[in-house]
Design a protein. Structure first.
Length: 179
């Protein structure tokens, strides 16, 4: 199975207000919350893996049933460390996949392949209109700081909650970011 287990099949770029949300239809928007990966910053784990590994091996690595890649990523997203994630993969799937996981973490920055087109402009336009812009992410504690350094848009938000810090703490309370 390639891709995140349980990822929903849904329409994109469609605004829906159903059930309780219908009461808010037509009211002014005061705040917008953005996810980070593939919303503000493009994330493609293949980009980190292909300089070292073949397409076939990379595809297998990104198949959760074969390597446990997404399960290990989920464990980090709730506060686990890269070492724990690698050990999890090693114990459940073997040395090959654990070694590849170590390589992936060491080269994580290469999986961040650029800003999502238009996201920076959208964030700036919302801020200029007086709308709050916030971040909410499950990015792992060890992987978020390099991303934040590479992509200023992540620190231009009013604040963010990054669940990888284990307590869902505010980014400004858990990083060296001082604004």
């Amino acid at each position: 199975m390639k891709g995140w287990p349980g990822e929903p099949e849904m329409d994109y770029n469609v605004i829906k207000s159903e059930d309780a949300a219908q009461g808010a239809a037509g009211k002014p928007i005061e705040n917008v919350i953005f996810d980070f990966g593939n919303v503000l910053v493009r994330w493609d784990p293949q980009a980190a893996m292909l300089p070292r590994y073949s397409q076939e091996l990379t595809d297998k690595f990104l198949d959760n049933d074969i390597s446990g890649f997404y399960d290990a990523s989920d464990a980090m997203d709730i506060g686990g460390t890269a070492v724990q994630a690698v050990n999890q993969v090693r114990g459940q799937y073997g040395d090959t996949w654990a070694d590849m996981m170590e390589y992936y973490f060491a080269n994580f920055e290469d999986s961040l392949v650029g800003p999502v087109e238009g996201a920076r402009v959208l964030v700036n336009d919302l801020k200029e209109a007086g709308i709050g812009v916030w971040g909410l992410s499950n990015w792992a504690t060890e992987l978020f700081p390099p991303a934040e350094k590479m992509y200023p848009i992540l620190s231009e938000l009013d604040d963010a909650v990054v669940s990888g810090y284990g307590t869902c703490a505010s980014r400004t309370a858990t990083s060296s970011n001082t604004r």
